[in-house]
Design a protein around this ligand. Structure first.
Ligand SMILES: *Cc1c(COP(=O)(O)O)cnc(C)c1O
Length: 393
C-alpha cells in the first residue's frame, strides 16, 4: 500500500472505501494520477464535469467572480444569481414561469423540494424502486436501496415505492393524499434505466387527476447530459411539464451547486422563513453555472452528447458480451455477461476510468466535451478490456 492510501485511511472517514488512484491534474476529458499516468475520464466526476476538467470558460468565470465578489449570503442579491435563475426558467419553458431556490448539492436540492411538497398540506409521496435521491435524511427517505436506508431508519415517512417504469402501478399509488410523485426521468445510480415511452405523461396524468405535484429529479439527467437540456424534454417525455425540477451535478461544471425549481404555482409554495441556506446561490457557483450553460449552447454540446452517445452505444454494444446498451446521449448503461467491477479494474489498467453500478452493469457519464477520437479509441479498446477480465476470472 502506498503512503497516500495510508494517509487516506487514517485521516478520512471510511464511507467510500479507499480510492484506487490519487489524481493530480485534469484537462478536457483526461486526468493524470500521482505517477503521471494518463486516463480518459468516462465517469466525469459522476456526471459533474460536463465541460471536462480545467475548462477555460469555467476557470475565467470563477476567477473573475471571485476577484469581484465571492460570497455575500442570501441577505443580498447578486447579478450571477439573478441571471442563472432566469436562464434556468427560460430553458425549462419561458411560458411556464416559476421560481428557483439555489443550494449546494443534489441532496440539498431534493431536501428543499421535499419541504416544498409539505407546503401542499399533504404528506404522502410516491417514489420508485431503484431510485436514488441523495444521502441526507429527507432525500434518503425517497431512495429505495435498503442498504442505504436501513441503518438510518426511522426516516421521514409516508412514502410508497412503486416499480420503476410501471405506469399502472404508479397511477394506482397516487391518491388525494399524495403531495408529489418523485421520479428520475432516467434512473442513474440504478444503472441507467430508461422507462418505457409514455411513462412520464402517465405520471403527469395521475398527478393531475389527484392534484399532486410531479417532481422530476434531474440531478443526473439535467444540463445536457442526455442530449436535451433536461431529460423530460426528450421526445419520450411527450412534452410533459413537471411542477418541480431538481438539479445539481452537471450544473456547476465542478463547482458545487444545486437548484430546486418550482414551475408555475409550485414556485410560490415555499414562503418567507420556510427554508434557507448560507452558501446556496453563491455568486461564484452561479457564475460557474452560467459559463457551463453558455458553453453548452455556444459549442452545441447537446448535439455532441447525442452523437457521441450513439457512437458509444453502437460501438460498445457490438461486442457479444454486452447484452444491452441503453440510455440517452452521454448517459450510457451497459449490461454485461462478464463481471462489471472486473471490467472497471481492467479498463483502469488500460487508461480508462469507468464506473460499475452493479455486478453486471457499467455506467458511462463522460464530459460532454469528450472528443470523437477518445470515444472511438475506447470503442477500439473495449473488446481487449473485456478479454482481460475473462482471463483474470
Ligand atoms: C447524485 C444524485 C443525487 C444526489 O446528489 P448529491 O450531490 O450527491 O447530494 C440526487 N439525485 C440523483 C438523481 C442523483 O443522481
Amino acid at each position: 500500500m502506498t503512503t497516500w492510501q495510508q494517509r487516506y485511511e487514517s485521516a478520512l472517514m471510511n464511507t467510500f472505501g479507499t480510492p484506487k488512484l490519487l489524481l493530480t491534474r485534469g484537462e478536457g476529458a483526461h486526468v493524470w494520477d500521482a505517477d503521471g499516468t494518463e486516463y480518459v475520464d468516462l465517469l466525469g466526476g459522476i456526471a459533474v464535469n460536463a465541460l471536462g476538467h480545467a475548462h477555460p470558460a469555467v476557470l475565467e468565470a470563477v476567477t473573475h467572480q471571485l476577484g469581484t465578489l465571492g460570497h455575500v449570503s442570501n441577505f443580498f442579491a447578486s447579478e450571477p444569481q439573478l441571471a442563472l435563475a432566469e436562464r434556468l426558467l427560460t430553458l425549462l419553458g419561458p411560458e411556464v414561469g416559476g421560481r428557483v431556490f439555489f443550494s449546494n448539492s443534489g441532496a440539498e436540492a431534493n431536501e428543499a423540494a421535499l419541504k416544498l411538497t409539505r407546503r401542499t398540506g399533504r404528506t404522502h409521496l410516491v417514489a420508485t424502486e431503484g431510485s436514488f435521491h441523495g444521502r441526507t435524511m429527507g432525500a434518503l427517505a425517497l431512495t429505495s436501496k435498503a442498504a442505504y436506508r436501513e441503518p438510518f431508519e426511522p426516516l421521514p415517512g409516508y412514502v410508497t415505492f412503486v416499480p420503476y417504469g410501471d405506469a399502472a402501478a404508479l397511477t394506482a399509488a397516487v391518491t388525494d393524499d399524495t403531495a408529489a410523485v418523485v421520479l428520475e426521468p432516467i434512473q442513474g445510480e440504478a444503472g441507467v434505466r430508461v422507462p418505457p415511452p409514455g411513462y412520464l405523461s402517465a405520471a403527469r396524468r395521475a398527478c393531475d387527476e389527484h392534484g399532486a405535484l410531479l417532481w422530476l429529479d434531474e440531478v443526473q439527467t439535467g444540463i445536457g447530459r442526455t442530449g436535451a437540456w433536461f431529460a423530460h424534454q426528450l421526445p419520450a417525455g411527450e412534452g410533459v411539464t413537471p411542477d418541480v425540477v431538481t438539479l445539481a451535478k452537471g450544473l456547476g461544471g465542478g463547482i458545487p451547486i444545486g437548484a430546486t425549481i418550482g414551475l408555475g404555482t409550485a414556485g410560490a409554495l415555499l414562503e418567507p422563513g420556510n427554508h434557507g441556506t448560507t452558501f446556496g446561490g453563491n455568486p461564484v457557483a452561479c457564475a460557474a453555472a452560467l459559463a457551463v450553460l453558455d458553453t453548452i449552447e455556444k459549442d452545441q454540446l447537446l448535439d455532441r452528447a447525442t452523437a457521441l452517445g450513439k457512437t458509444l452505444r453502437d460501438g460498445l454494444g457490438a461486442d457479444p458480451r454486452v447484452t444491452e446498451a441503453r440510455g440517452e446521449g452521454l448517459m450510457v448503461g451497459l449490461e454485461l455477461a462478464v463481471d462489471a467491477p472486473g471490467v472497471v479494474t481492467a479498463a483502469m489498467a488500460g487508461g480508462y476510468i469507468l464506473n460499475a453500478t452493479g455486478p453486471s452493469t457499467i455506467r458511462l457519464v463522460p464530459p460532454l466535451v469528450l472528443t470523437d477520437e477518445d470515444a472511438r479509441g475506447f470503442v477500439e479498446a473495449w473488446s481487449g478490456i473485456l478479454d482481460a477480465v475473462e482471463v483474470d476470472a
